[in-house]
Design a protein. Structure first.
Length: 229
């Protein structure tokens, strides 16, 4: 799995989180992350989780005032996206804000529109603003890579961090150098003999017995967990 670059999710919930990110946003160029948020306590929780997940935090959080406006959010996001030592951005906002959740979400989408850096968001304790995060940019326009992007919205900031950590690890694999793959010692001759033995009597085929199935899979280095007696 490692040599194939597979992303190993620990649950279906995490699998969906990661899939949403890698299909809707670009892969990060590195592991350097910026946090944009209006809660100092929540910012610190996100930073701690990010570091434990293998992400780097080159800067202190880009703070938005509690009760701040959509313009305050845009200013902080612009600083984060324009930083040359930032590869991806995590937005985490809580109430109160000076404007509606939807207006603030649109400001997040507009701010991320012109940058080729992934962005994830959490509007913690606020309304579902996923529809607003799908309206980034101006009507009829595309973003930097010619595709309309959606900013993934996560239920908690920790979900967002975990998805971003998986995406970053995958990007490192994808853009890195790959050694020769490890190839299992497949015994195709053994497998052929098993198939010939089975088809010797009923050439039209039949269902394999458990023991025969195990022998055939063993020839391809696939080992069954046997049912205990």
């Amino acid at each position: 799995l490692d040599q194939a670059g597979a992303i190993q999710a620990r649950s279906v919930h995490e699998l969906i989180d990661v899939a949403e990110l890698v299909t809707l946003q670009p892969l990060p160029a590195g592991n350097r992350v910026a946090v944009v948020g209006n809660s100092e306590g929540l910012n610190e929780i996100v930073i701690d989780k990010a570091r434990r997940a293998g992400l780097a935090m080159p800067h202190d959080p880009y703070r938005v005032p509690l009760g701040g406006s959509a313009q305050d959010v845009e200013i902080a996001l612009e600083k984060a996206f324009e930083s040359e030592d930032i590869d991806s951005v995590i937005v985490t906002l809580i109430p109160p804000l000076a404007e509606s959740d939807e207006v603030v979400a649109l400001s997040v989408a507009h701010s991320a529109w012109g940058f080729d850096k992934p962005c994830v968001a959490t509007f913690f304790g606020m309304r579902d603003v996923s529809a607003s995060l799908r309206k980034g940019g101006q009507p009829g326009q595309n973003n930097v890579d010619g595709q309309r992007r959606v900013i993934p919205l996560y239920k908690t900031p920790l979900d967002a961090v975990q998805a971003l950590a998986h995406s970053t690890k995958y990007a490192v694999w994808r853009y890195g150098e790959h050694p020769d793959p490890v190839r299992p010692a497949v015994d195709t001759q053994c497998a052929s003999r098993i198939v010939e033995e089975v088809l010797d009597t009923p050439p039209e085929g039949l269902f394999l017995a458990e023991e025969t199935t195990a022998r055939l899979l063993d020839a391809y280095c696939i080992h069954l967990w046997r049912t205990p007696p």
